[in-house]
Design a protein around this ligand. Structure first.
Ligand SMILES: Cc1cc2nc3c(=O)[nH]c(=O)nc-3n(C[C@H](O)[C@H](O)[C@H](O)COP(=O)(O)OP(=O)(O)OC[C@H]3O[C@@H](n4cnc5c(N)ncnc54)[C@H](O)[C@@H]3O)c2cc1C
Length: 232
């Protein structure tokens, strides 16, 4: 997979800092933004977010290209309703080569499983091609395509939604592929706007404890995870 932060709000931290001060200062947002500096912005964002007024970070948005992932992953991704998406269409783009699918590591690491998996995917590809040859349209031939089918998607989220997405999808309870995507998105977003993504990551990184209670996987070490994400 390839994840690339394509575009983001310029001076995102200054802008969100200015938004936060707009509620308590007599000056206009443009005057406040003009005087804003990085350190002040960081301090104000932290303070205001601490009160729970996280809407101020909605003014910053981030657009990612997510390439070569499975449809199984994007099906989960698009459940995040506060984001905007545009996905490669299986009506316009023909699924026609064997490199078009994602193989989970658990299958790659098991020779017998890999054999069955590849054989089935080859058969699907062949059937798909045969349907097209019979004059069936892409939009109907795609009904036999697997969750493993590769796809590209572009997603835009504001910083508040991104933090929420990271809470859920960087968590070890999340599925491996969306978790890998989320962690890479977090790395790139944090590099661009560290103050907006301070303490971002699975919910335990923000709360300091795991809210999952009894369903927390026993192998999940919250202290290690907190270290990993805070140093990211
Ligand atoms: C580990 C894991 C397992 C999962 N398993 C399943 C599963 O088995 N089956 C399944 O169907 N889904 C499953 N999901 C998906 C999950 O139920 C959510 O649909 C998904 O994580 C999106 O979360 P969200 O609704 O909080 O986020 P978003 O849609 O991004 O929304 C962000 C926030 O906005 C607010 N919001 C958005 N829309 C509304 C609304 N209509 N009304 C009120 N508030 C709103 C909420 O506060 C919400 O948290 C799973 C998710 C995870 C992380």
């Amino acid at each position: 997979m390839k994840i690339k932060l394509l575009r983001y709000t310029a001076d995102a931290e200054l802008l969100c800092g200015a938004a936060a001060l707009t509620s308590t200062k007599s000056g206009s947002p443009s005057e406040i933004l003009e005087k804003m500096d990085k350190e002040t912005a960081k301090r104000i964002i932290k303070r205001v977010a601490g009160y729970g007024h996280v809407s101020v970070i909605e003014h910053a948005s981030f657009t990612f290209s997510i390439e070569g992932v499975s449809r199984a992953m994007t099906h989960q991704l698009v459940r995040h309703r506060i984001a905007s998406f545009t996905q490669q269409s299986q009506r316009y783009v023909t699924y026609d080569t064997l490199e078009k699918y994602v193989t989970p590591p658990s299958i790659t690491n098991n020779k017998e499983a890999q054999k069955i998996f590849d054989k089935t995917l080859e058969k699907i590809s062949e059937t798909y091609q045969n349907l097209l040859k019979l004059g069936i349209k892409n939009e109907d031939a795609r009904f036999i395509l697997p969750n493993a089918a590769k796809t590209n998607i572009i997603v835009t989220m504001n910083a508040r939604e991104l933090r929420h997405f990271f809470n859920l999808r960087c968590c070890t309870r999340s599925q491996w592929e969306i978790r890998e995507v989320a962690i890479e998105m977090l790395k790139q977003a944090k590099k661009t706007a560290p103050a907006l993504f301070e303490n971002a990551g699975p919910t335990c990184v923000e709360l300091g404890y795991c809210p999952e209670g009894k369903i927390k996987p026993p192998e999940c070490n919250v202290e290690e995870i907190k270290k990993q994400f805070r140093n990211m």
